[in-house]
Design a binder for this molecule. Structure first.
Ligand code: GDP
Ligand code: MG
Length: 653
């Protein structure tokens, strides 16, 4: 079985394309995977094919990445509008990082929105590989009525719902054809000395030799050939499928490519797991592509025995055909298989780095509908984590609630739907509480006496303490300048412990940071003093001093790396400054053509807004990662509102 992925921006006609390719020679069989990837199996040219239809939208990028793990080649499906080229940038990025041979398909040619060469040159801004036109459109007035193949120099007139008819190259297209063909040959000759020679000698190379060269350069992933058509009208489908049939490399090439990442020895690589989903009563279903021979139910794969093998298209127990190299199959009761992973019989190895999902940009607290749901939730999330690498789970500081980090709103919706439909857990979600701290802005002094007379032994401790602001990031410090043993040595650690305890919550209600405490004087009693008494005295004393030290709210500041196509770079400074952030610098991304990386400091409370602003400014393409950097003072109305809200929340608890 040969396998390819169709990926690209939303609404470019990917699903239509898969449907039409699948129906070229008989009826395709479609999968039932509820979220993410759709799988279609069909036959073409006496071979079994599997097309993986990855949904568009940057939140679903991770599905496309995983699909590429199982694919011999891919089709990047785009619209014929130059201004929409940037939407293809994230896909070009993952395709090139993965090393998967790619055919660019410009779809929707029935409604051209610009010149094809402008579309290609706009897309070229985001591709490290040369995009090489293999066909040109034939126009009649402002309509495209057919295409001309630049290698065979044959022209075809599109016919609705039928295969195209061979025609002579129309007069009006000959000049453009000649120009485009010359360009194609020149590019191909960069990879072929024989062709170069032929061109220099001004000889006409035969088309079968040219097909052979283009097959090789696609297999070697040197260029990205460009084909055109219209999926909904069935135009260009046969040409595209034939290109795949002749030019997509065999499964051995995928095996070599995956082993080439160094994670696993090629000889031991027997399969790759690339997608998983949960079904009610059936459990986890894992999609696997066989890369080696001998797989069947019960054999060892990934370190444990392979569960029941199912037909990947209909999810039912499959016909008893054992998977051969290339077969895509589903398996249940194979819960030990991580997804995605490179699998040898004995162990599972990490998928290559390029499959790493984009950093989740959205954090939400999941609020279970009932107590029963609460117990099930964390266990279920742990299960879902195994099959969804775009998801991260943590506990919210302070409340211990379940916090999920997700790709975006669509991902959140799918997650909640899986929880309710498959696991019957009802959840709502809320924004997490940002993590605040407080400190003091001036020194204070306190004299505190702890004295109690209860029953027999009393408690006595007397301390004089000063507190002062420490430098940012210095944290808590403790010193003592006691003279003459007025506070005996053995009680001083208790004084320090009490002071530390007082840092748990300051007058604003938050943990206190960056404060130094000094014990300057005190008194003790030979019978009634104890560690406990000094600890209490110190804690109460420091609390009192803190309330006199002019408390200041401290907000977390994150260092973030924002990734965007360069066309959007102009808008970023404005976005960051409107969020009271600070741009630290920006560079071209050396690993992805046409992308820039901004480094900026962003206040924690503005991260959600950054995600929103970035989405709307970059059509959903830009993304960022973040790491906590430091706490910094926050004054004024904004701070007051946070303190007030925190106070109400505490009162409610
Ligand atoms: N005009 C035109 N419409 C198309 C073409 N291919 C798909 N469509 C339409 O575009 C819409 C989105 O198609 P779909 O295949 O769902 O896109 P996807 O989001 O990329 O999977 C549907 O209404 C299709 O009928 C095409 O070649 N020309
Ligand atoms: Mg679709």
């Amino acid at each position: 079985m040969r396998c390819f992925t169709v990926l690209g921006p939303s609404q470019t006609g990917k699903s239509t394309l898969v449907e039409k390719l699948g129906a070229l020679e008989g009826a395709p069989r479609k999968s039932i995977s509820p979220y993410g990837l759709n799988l279609t199996e069909f036959s073409f040219g006496n071979e079994a094919w599997c097309a993986l239809d990855a949904p568009g939208g940057s939140e679903a990028l991770v599905h496309a990445q995983h699909a590429l793990l199982a694919s011999d080649a891919c089709i990047l499906c785009v619209s014929p509008a130059p201004e929409e080229a940037v939407l293809a940038a994230p896909y070009l990025r993952v395709i090139e990082a993965s090393g998967t041979p790619c055919i660019l398909f410009v779809n929707r040619m029935d409604e051209p929105r610009g010149r094809l060469r402008d579309v290609i040159s706009a897309l070229q801004d985001y591709a490290g590989h040369t995009l090489l036109l293999r066909q040109i459109p034939i126009r009649e007035g402002d309509k495209i009525v057919g295409s001309c193949d630049l290698i065979s120099e044959r022209a075809w007139r599109y016919r609705e719902g039928q295969t195209s008819a061979l025609i002579a190259i129309p007069e009006s297209a000959t000049e453009r054809e000649h120009e485009a063909r010359t360009e194609l040959l020149e590019h191909l000759s960069e990879f072929d000395d024989w062709l170069l020679e032929e061109l220099i000698e001004d000889r006409e190379p035969p088309s079968d030799a040219l097909y052979a060269i283009s097959t090789r350069v696609l297999k070697e992933n040197r260029i990205i050939p460009v084909l055109i058509g219209s999926a909904s009208h069935g135009n260009g489908m046969m040409r595209l499928m034939k290109a795949l049939r002749h030019e997509a490399p065999p499964v051995d090439a995928l095996r070599e490519r995956l082993a080439g990442t160094g994670n696993i020895d090629q000889a031991r690589l027997s399969a790759v797991s690339f997608h998983a989903y949960h079904r009610q009563n059936i459990g986890k279903t894992v999609l696997v592509r066989a890369l080696g021979a001998g797989l069947k139910q019960g054999v060892s794969l990934g370190g444990s025995s392979l569960g029941a093998i199912q037909d990947s298209a209909n999810g039912k127990s499959g016909p008893a055909v054992a998977p051969v190299p290339g077969t895509v199959f589903a398996t249940v009761k194979s819960d030990h298989l991580p997804v995605p992973a490179l699998l040898s019989p004995e162990a599972a190895f990490p998928a290559p780095d390029w499959t790493a999902p984009p950093t989740p940009m959205l954090e939400r607290i999941l609020v279970p509908g009932s107590e029963r749901d609460e117990n099930k939730l964390s266990e279920t999330l742990a299960k879902l984590l195994e099959a969804d690498r775009g998801l991260k789970v943590a506990q919210e500081e302070g409340t211990g609630s379940q916090m999920v980090s997700i790709q975006g709103p669509v991902h959140l919706r799918d997650l909640c739907r899986t929880l309710s439909d498959v696991f019957h857990i009802a959840v709502t979600d809320r924004q997490p509480n940002p993590i605040y701290r407080e400190t003091i802005s001036k020194p204070a002094e306190v004299h505190y006496r702890h004295r109690k007379q209860t029953g027999g032994a009393g408690q006595f401790a007397d301390v004089k303490l000063t507190i002062h602001p420490n430098g940012r990031g210095q944290g808590f410090s403790f010193a003592e300048t006691v003279k003459g043993g007025v506070v005996p040595r053995n009680y001083i650690p208790a004084v320090e412990a009490g002071a530390r305890e007082a840092m748990d919550k300051g007058p604003l209600g938050f943990e206190v940071i960056d404060v130094g405490v000094t014990l300057t004087d005190g008194q003790h009693h030979s019978v009634d003093s104890s560690e406990h008494a000094f600890r209490s005295a110190s804690k109460m004393g420091v609390r009192q001093a803190l309330s006199e030290g002019a408390a200041v709210l401290m907000q977390p500041v994150f260092r973030s790396e924002i990734h965007i196509p360069s066309v959007y770079s102009g808008s970023l400074v404005q976005i960051v400054s409107s969020l009271k952030g600070q741009v630290l610098g920006f560079d071209r991304d050396e690993t992805a053509k046409g992308w820039d990386i901004f480094r900026a400091l962003i206040p924690g409370g503005a991260l959600d807004e950054l995600a929103r602003a970035l989405r709307s400014a970059t059509q959903g393409i830009g993304y960022f990662s973040k790491t906590f950097d430091h706490f910094e003072e926050l004054y004024g109305k904004e701070a007051d509102a946070i303190v007030r809200a925190h106070g109400t929340q505490r009162a409610e608890h």
